[in-house]
Design a protein around this ligand. Structure first.
Ligand SMILES: [Zn+2]
Length: 297
């Protein structure tokens, strides 16, 4: 991967899938198309847009229609928004889940860190979304913060009925990592792992994730990777910055970025049941000579 001089972009060594992009965020209001096109030409050819509420999931669905070869979305209600989860929500989510571009239920889970919704509201919204995932046969895109015990218990109870699930933006400790892996879940790693202040524990843990359970994500516009040589002035993370996360993870595993790129891409395609990818010549041309570039960095 090369960092072009004076630029903060690294070319991906192989097409990548960013499994968590909050592309409907108002921080992208004036540049959404540019952000998508920049990502695709940096080799991030597939992005899964995170649905955090019915409204955001609907907006994500609309955006996916514009870029059917590059974008898919999840439909769900984030634990912060669980207080808005009402009687009409399951039906609205189910309608979204029926769309071909909808590849998972979520972002759902428990967040006892900030408790924007009460724990009771979070648990009942989470349970309803687990049931919806079971009913629709879709995998789950999960969030968890300071709620490992309860979330693990709920997932263990339903695990044999659930197709698959990924703990997105994993930032927990060894116990929670192994607890989730024991339930045969996937783990999503963000730029948290690039953070030299609060990501060190994760840096040491990450190699424990079996390569067939690892996926990567930017969680853009949040969590700008702190290993970037030149950070953008606006501090806004973009899906095009995903290779920086790949670079950090390859150092943690002491494995080639190319191998991790391939594995995470394959895992994402399998997990989200994405169609086979046909790269156009333009994209193919841009993803060039990856291995040697990577070592020049
Ligand atoms: Zn999250």
């Amino acid at each position: 991967m090369t960092a072009t001089e004076g630029n903060n972009l690294l070319q991906a060594p192989e097409p990548l899938t960013d499994i968590g992009v909050n592309l409907t965020s108002n921080r992208f209001d004036n540049c959404r198309n540019e952000i998508i096109e920049q990502a695709v030409s940096s080799g991030i050819t597939r992005m899964i847009l995170t649905g955090t509420s019915v409204k955001e999931s609907e907006a994500a669905s609309t955006l996916c229609q514009q870029y059917p070869e590059n974008l898919w979305f999840t439909a769900g209600v984030h634990p912060h928004d669980a207080s808005q989860f009402d009687k009409s929500t399951p039906a609205a989510l189910k309608d979204l889940a029926m769309e071909t571009a909808c590849v998972a239920i979520g972002e759902a889970g428990l967040d006892f860190n900030r408790n924007f919704s009460t724990s009771e509201q979070q648990i009942s919204a989470f349970e309803a979304q687990i049931e919806l995932a079971i009913e629709t046969g879709k995998p789950m895109f999960l969030h968890e913060r300071e709620a490992f015990e309860r979330q693990h218990e709920m997932l263990r109870y339903y695990r044999d009925q659930l197709k698959d699930a990924v703990i997105h933006c994993f930032t927990g400790d060894k116990k929670s990592l192994f607890g989730y892996l024991d339930l045969d879940l996937y783990i999503g790693i963000t730029g948290w792992v690039c953070d030299e202040r609060r990501g060190t524990e994760l840096q040491e843990l990450v190699h424990n994730i079996p390569l067939d359970r690892l996926m990567i994500e930017t969680d853009a516009p949040y969590l700008l990777p702190r290993n970037m040589t030149k950070k953008p002035k606006d501090r806004t993370n973009r899906p095009a910055f995903l290779p920086w996360i790949l670079l950090q993870i390859s150092q943690c595993y002491q494995k080639e970025a190319l191998e991790l790129a391939r594995r995470t891409r394959e895992n994402s395609a399998y997990f989200f049941n994405l169609p086979p990818e046909s790269l156009n010549d333009q994209t193919k041309e841009k993803i060039h000579d990856p291995v040697s570039d990577f070592y020049r960095l």
